[in-house]
Design a protein around this ligand. Structure first.
Ligand code: G3P
Ligand code: CA
Length: 375
C-alpha cells in the first residue's frame, strides 16, 4: 500500500481539513447497482469483443452481445454532417485504410469526414494485419458503425439484450453532442425501460432501467449529460494526468527514462489522498452514480495505467455511495486482483474470459459465434 493511502495519511488529510469524515454509505454496492438497474458485477464489452474481432465493428458487438455481455461499450463521435458513430481514436489511421482512400486527409480528425466518406473505409483489415493469429477473411471490409446500427445490434438477439455504455469522446470537439445523443436515444426508445426489470428478466440489462450508462473523462461533458439526461446513470472516468487527477510527480514520460508508457504510469499516483477524494466528490456532485478508474495491469502493456483501484480507494468511493467500474482488464490474474480490491464492474476487451471468470458460461464459443454471425 503506498504511503499516500495509509490510514495515518488519511487521518492526517482529515486533520488538515482536506476531507471530511465520511459516513459509510447506508446501502451496499450491490444495492446501489441494483437500484439503477446495473448488473453487479457488470461485464462491459470494451469496444465490443475487441480482442476477438475488430473494435467497434458489427463483428465485435454481435459477438459480445451473443456471449451475454451486460453492456456494449462505445466511444461516441459525430461526422461532419451530424451522424453519431463509434470510433475510439481521434483520427482514422490506426483502424481504417484512410491513408489509402484519402491520403491527403489521413491525419484529419474523423469529424472532418462526412458519413458517406466514413462508410467507404475498411475498418476490419487492420485487425488481420495486427493480429494474424485471430485474423478472419470475414473481417475484411467491415464498416465504421453509426449509433443507430449499434442500437439495432443491441436489440437484435431475442435471447439476450445488452445495454449500451456510451462515452462522449473528446467532447470539446463536438459541441452539443450530449443533446444529440439524448435526441437519438429518445427517438430509439432507449431512455426508458421497456418493462422487465433487472433480475426479473432473462433477456438482459438492455430491457431495464440501467440499459444506458453514460461515461466521460470530462467534467464539462458530465454536466451536459446530466442536464440532458438527468435520470440516466453516469460514470466519471478517472486517470492520473492532464484533465483528471493531479499526479504526485510532475516528471513527464520523456523525462522519466521509463522504457514504456505503462512503466511510467505504474509509478504515477495521485498527488495525495485529498486529490483522489476531490475527484470522487466531483463525480458525485455532478450527478454520477460511480467512477471509472484506470488499472495497472500485471503484464503492463498499452492499456495499463496508474492503479486507481486500490482497496482503500474503492472503499472511499463506496462510502460516498458510488460504484466503481474499472478499465480495461483482460486477464484472469487482473480480474481476480481488481475484484478482490472491491470493484463493481469491469471494462474488458475479452468479454468471453470475464464471463467465464464470473462463472457465467457463454452458450457458444467465440469462434462459433463469429461463424454464426457470418464472419
Ligand atoms: O471508457 C472506458 C475506457 O474505454 C476509457 O478508455 O481510452 O479506452 O476509451 P478508452
Ligand atoms: Ca471508452
Amino acid at each position: 500500500m503506498p504511503a499516500t493511502f495509509t490510514k495515518s495519511a488519511l487521518l492526517l488529510a482529515l486533520m488538515m481539513g482536506l476531507g471530511h469524515a465520511q459516513a459509510a454509505s447506508p446501502i451496499s454496492p450491490v444495492e446501489l447497482a441494483t437500484k439503477d438497474g446495473i448488473p453487479h458485477p457488470a461485464v462491459i464489452a470494451h469496444r465490443g469483443a475487441s480482442f476477438d474481432a475488430p473494435e467497434s465493428t458489427a463483428a465485435a458487438y454481435k459477438v459480445a452481445r451473443d456471449l451475454g455481455a451486460d453492456y456494449l461499450e462505445l466511444d461516441l463521435q459525430r461526422s461532419k454532417d451530424g451522424v453519431l458513430f463509434a470510433l475510439h481514436d481521434n483520427n482514422l489511421q490506426r483502424t481504417t485504410d484512410v491513408a489509402t482512400k484519402f491520403p491527403e486527409r489521413k491525419d484529419s480528425p474523423a469529424n472532418e469526414f462526412t458519413w458517406k466518406e466514413l462508410q467507404t473505409l475498411d475498418a476490419g483489415s487492420w485487425f488481420n494485419t495486427a493480429y494474424p493469429e485471430r485474423a478472419r477473411p470475414g473481417f475484411v471490409g467491415l464498416k465504421i458503425l453509426s449509433l443507430d446500427e449499434i442500437i439495432k445490434i443491441a436489440e437484435g438477439n431475442p435471447q439476450h439484450k445488452p445495454g449500451l455504455y456510451i462515452e462522449t469522446k473528446e467532447p470539446k470537439q463536438f459541441p452539443g453532442i450530449e443533446a444529440d445523443l439524448k435526441d437519438k436515444l429518445l427517438d430509439k426508445g432507449w431512455l426508458s425501460s421497456v418493462g422487465s426489470k433487472l433480475g426479473k428478466s432473462n433477456t438482459g440489462v438492455g430491457q431495464g432501467k440501467g440499459r444506458v450508462v453514460l461515461q466521460t473523462f470530462e467534467t464539462a461533458s458530465l454536466k451536459e449529460l446530466q442536464k440532458e439526461m438527468p435520470n440516466t446513470p453516469k460514470i466519471l472516468l478517472l486517470w492520473v494526468g492532464e484533465g483528471s487527477i493531479e499526479p504526485k510527480s510532475k516528471v513527464t514520460f520523456a523525462e522519466s527514462g521509463e522504457p514504456t508508457k505503462a512503466a511510467y504510469y505504474a509509478k504515477q499516483e495521485p498527488k495525495d489522498a485529498a486529490e483522489f477524494e476531490k475527484w470522487v466528490d466531483e463525480a458525485k456532485s455532478l450527478g454520477a452514480i460511480g467512477t471509472g478508474p484506470s488499472a495497472q495491469l500485471t503484464a503492463l502493456g498499452d492499456q495499463s495505467y496508474s492503479d486507481l483501484v486500490k482497496p482503500e480507494m474503492n472503499q472511499l468511493t463506496h462510502d460516498k455511495g458510488l460504484l466503481v467500474h474499472v478499465y480495461t482488464v483482460d486477464e484472469p490474474v487482473d480480474f481476480e486482483k481488481v475484484m478482490s480490491a472491491g470493484v463493481d464492474g469491469i471494462f474488458t476487451n475479452r468479454a468471453a474470459e470475464l464471463l467465464k471468470f464470473y462463472k457465467r458460461w457463454p452458450s457458444s464459443s467465440v469462434q462459433d459465434l463469429l461463424q454464426d454471425n457470418g464472419y
